[in-house]
Ligand binder design. Structure first.
Ligand code: ZN
Length: 157
């Protein structure tokens, strides 16, 4: 069991997300850690790929304006890029490429935030990256820091 900070439930963007994380972050448990069967149902049911070091799933709480929003997180509780062996960095890239090809994602962005919550925003401390494909109907954003105004936008869009 990891003893790292798990995240901040008060940074949840929606009530749905807050409710889902109440049983994990709210209890001091990381929702991204551990065996597949131990993950929250919202994540477990959306898993696309599991590698040696990384696991990818469709974000059950996608940002507005997206045709696809996929999360890629290490299976172990890493909090900064570069943790883990060099092979993990290679596998991260390979899984990104596989997802783009197998899901025929036409284009978008890959975002991995780092550092403390005061710099990166986000509700989960566990390192993760986002593959974001805009729906091209409204604007799409990559979130680094959500002040109250942006949180309101994310809730209502
Ligand atoms: Zn974790």
């Amino acid at each position: 069991m990891c003893t790292e900070s798990k995240g901040d439930i008060d940074r949840a963007r929606t009530e749905e997300q807050r409710a889902a994380y109440a049983g994990t972050i709210g209890q001091g448990v990381c929702p991204f850690c551990g065996k597949t069967e131990d993950l929250p149902k919202e994540i477990r049911e959306q898993i696309l790929i599991e590698g040696v070091y990384w696991r990818a799933w469709r974000n059950p709480f996608p940002y507005p304006g997206h045709a696809a929003h996929i999360i890629l997180a290490p299976i172990q509780h890493w909090t900064q890029p570069g943790e883990g062996p060099p092979e993990a960095a290679q596998e991260w890239m390979e899984i990104n490429v596989r997802l783009i090809q197998e899901l025929e994602l036409p284009g978008g962005g890959i975002v991995m935030r780092f550092g403390g919550h005061e710099h990166k925003g986000g509700s989960i401390t566990h390192l993760h990256s986002h593959i974001q494909v805009p729906n091209r109907k409204t604007f799409s954003i990559a979130v680094f820091y959500a002040d109250n105004q942006l949180k309101e936008f994310l809730r209502t869009t």
